[in-house]
Design a protein around this ligand. Sequence first.
Ligand SMILES: Cc1cc2nc3c(=O)[nH]c(=O)nc-3n(C[C@H](O)[C@H](O)[C@H](O)COP(=O)(O)OP(=O)(O)OC[C@H]3O[C@@H](n4cnc5c(N)ncnc54)[C@H](O)[C@@H]3O)c2cc1C
Length: 428
Amino acid sequence: MTKTGKFDVIVVGSGPGGATVARELSRSGKKVLLAEWGGHRAIKGTLFQATVAASIPGKSMLFTPDFASVFRGIISGGSSVFYYGTAFDPPLAMFKKYGVDLAEEVQEIKEELPVKPLDDSLIGAMASRIMNSAQELGYDWQKLPKFIYQDRCEAKCWKCAYGCPVGAKWSARHYVDQALDEGATLVTKTKVKKVMIHNGRAIGVESIKNGIGTRFEAPLVVVSAGGIGTPVILNNSGIKGSGDNYFFDPLIAVMGTVSKIKDGGKEIPMATGLHMEDEGYLMTDMTVPGTLFRMFNAQAFKPHKMLSHAKSLTIMIKAKDDLGGQLSARGGVKKKIEATDRNKLQKGFERAKKILENAGAKNIYHSAYLAAHPGGTAKIGQVVDNNLQTEIDNLYVCDCSVIPEAWGLPPTLTLVALGKRLAKHLSN
Ligand SMILES: Cc1cc2nc3c(=O)[nH]c(=O)nc-3n(C[C@H](O)[C@H](O)[C@H](O)COP(=O)(O)OP(=O)(O)OC[C@H]3O[C@@H](n4cnc5c(N)ncnc54)[C@H](O)[C@@H]3O)c2cc1C
């Protein structure tokens, strides 16, 4: 079946990269089709919804050869529906080296979105205790900027990781909804297989929904299926060079037990922290919901800790891993956590251990390896140019794939900036 003639642009994937492009282009009057593999049900903040969208083995929960779990959200709004809402500025100088200036877009985002540290009343007891301890030891550990509408946010709510049910945490779902308000069309449960190319130009996409193939036609295609989804589509479309030599920002959760904390375990994760840039990792508090905590403990072979959620302090160590590895043709993550990355995580673990001990914690241990930011799989300068166009005319990429170097940071603010910049380029 072919659907034709109606759209100026097809955007594939509705995470922070795709939703931003779709929203901005819709606002500038373009007829946008947003093709999304996941569904568009209201975000409920339930374990069930988070499991279906972000923890299905082989689909949204992938495993590396070291059995590190890599999560992604297959849902309208992408992984940002389940992210922790921490905002980090892009490394502007690094992007400038590739001819990409994001300063103007970063400024626009800060004027438009709620990017600032939480009020003290929203910082949980566990995050405060960790921050105080780190500061006592001389670390410049501070509150981190969050993408949170604080007037809608409730203290002691812990549902960020399951998707914010009250819309307080900004996610790309907000931009999907705004794109729809501006007239964009969203097709859900639609998995794009490849881009159709004719005479060196993109002319549409082939997709599948409930086993039925559909072609959508448009003279412009933006692939934003995320760091793993995008290279699969590019390879299926005959575009070489993507899917190798990437990052996935491996992390561990360092946990220690204290005596019971009032309302322990019910708070916004990643509210405070410190970027140890020279040592190549980020440290933050990371109190997760009880089920995730129990999963961390099961994976770390600590079943006796599974009931200690309300009295466990957790620090996340997220490393800037060296580029490496391949993706399989279907998006399997064939990348190992190398010795240099393990050393970074170990160094972070030792620092976190001292911070937790100083906070009164005992029996300190860490989770298995996890990863949450696969990217660099279709890099600027290799697979796309500095306007994010591939070797094919009118075929662009805008998501975590285009990040050109090793990373180690929460990427969402950067992806929204890239989306805004691309939309300006395409509107000219
Ligand atoms: C637990 C967790 C916590 C995080 N916390 C933070 C944080 O605090 N701050 C931060 O900045 N970042 C955080 N991140 C990372 C952040 O969410 C992602 O880096 C970001 O969402 C990536 O955006 P993207 O547009 O590249 O891809 P995604 O958000 O992954 O979106 C890709 C979209 O494409 C769709 N898709 C995939 N394949 C296809 C296909 N073939 N056809 C159609 N659609 C397809 C997917 O369903 C999805 O909607 C976190 C991530 C996780 C998992």
